[in-house]
Design a protein around this ligand. Structure first.
Ligand code: F6P
Length: 324
């Protein structure tokens, strides 16, 4: 392998830059030419491919977002799109790829590899932490801390006004951010897509708190929660609760995707970037680099995509006990 390319795809995540840096510097160290592809698969199709050097990644380890930019490409989902991408990679003489992203990124990488055989290794970059094959994904820790900071601020005002706040955090199909930020922020209840929480249970929890003179409460709701968005859940509860409880809703949204990565994310991203690169050079393909129990492991893309990453339901039990 003489020349590889690196790209970021799907939703960006704090720490992606640290990961790009590790891939580029690792390649330089091992005497491999390294190229960057802008805007993920869209840039691959468009041929937006450029050579990188050690200097290209100076001063980025602390920056949020991704210097390579990101996109979700519909065209790459078509055989014609993937053909164009392959032709552009051939033009540039690329013989290996490092894909930094989440589920959608690896689904694309696996299909592409099966069709054209270019060895590809992934590094898990998504705030959702929903990938099987790694304990944590790049960006998750920073997103949790961003959400936690917001929850702390909201608790101040909730307490001043004796209000109940429903705070919606990101996580399209996953409750990881909700659980961690909920426990850290001392939430009274956490609602996640993986576990059914009937509205009646939320009403009962709030009512019991009210009866115990708990004047303010925080309910953290994951974006993918089955009962609906935080606003919809608050409406349902208002119609079922007789007590005069003042309620507000805050959706944290994309604030969780930006910002300088935490120390944990910088180190994780550096390990995974270098791990992905060295795996590729050692002959790994169609796999994602991950860290499990502090060990670098490689998991087939198929498993990272197909296998669920269950949440620890005991943590939800803990939320209930600790908020009495
Ligand atoms: O996958 C990361 C994520 O932030 C999800 O939590 C969220 O549902 C989604 O991306 C939002 O995507 P977009 O930025 O395209 O709106």
């Amino acid at each position: 392998m003489k020349r590889i390319a690196v790209f970021t795809s799907g939703g960006d995540a704090p720490g992606m830059n640290a990961c790009i840096r590790a891939v580029v510097r690792g390649a330089v160290y091992h005497g491999i030419e390294v190229y960057g592809i802008r805007r993920g698969y869209s840039g691959m199709i468009a041929g937006d491919i450029f050579q990188m050097s050690s200097h290209s990644v100076s001063n980025i380890v602390q920056r949020g977002g991704t210097i390579l930019k990101s996109a979700r490409s519909k065209e790459f989902m078509t055989p014609e799109g993937r053909r164009k991408a392959y032709d552009k990679l051939q033009e540039h003489g690329i013989d290996g790829l490092i894909a930094i992203g989440g589920n959608g990124t690896f689904t694309g990488a696996m299909t592409f590899h099966n069709e054209y055989g270019i060895p590809t290794v992934g590094a898990p970059g998504t705030i959702d932490n929903d990938l099987y094959g790694t304990d944590y994904t790049i960006g998750f820790d920073t997103a949790v801390n961003t959400a936690l900071d917001a929850i702390d601020r909201i608790r101040d005002t909730a307490s001043s006004h004796d209000r109940v706040f429903f705070i919606e955090v990101m996580g399209r199909d996953s409750g990881y951010i909700a659980i961690q930020s909920g426990i850290g922020g001392g939430a009274e209840l956490v609602m996640v897509p993986e576990v059914l929480t009937p509205i009646s249970e939320v009403v009962e929890t709030l009512r019991q708190g009210w009866l115990r003179s708990k004047a303010s409460s925080i309910v953290v709701v994951a974006e993918g929660e089955e009962e609906g968005s935080a606003a919809e859940i608050a409406d349902k509860i208002k119609s079922q609760i007789e007590e005069d409880i003042d309620m507000r809703v805050t959706t944290l949204g994309h604030t969780q995707r930006g910002g300088s990565p935490s120390a944990y994310d910088r180190i994780l991203a550096s390990r995974l970037g270098l791990g992905a690169l060295e795996g590729l050079l050692a002959g790994q393909k169609n796999v994602m680099a991950g860290i499990i129990n502090n060990e670098l492991v490689y998991t087939p893309f198929e498993d990272t995509i197909r296998l669920p990453k269950p949440i620890n339901e005991d943590l939800l039990r803990m939320v209930k006990i600790l908020s009495i």
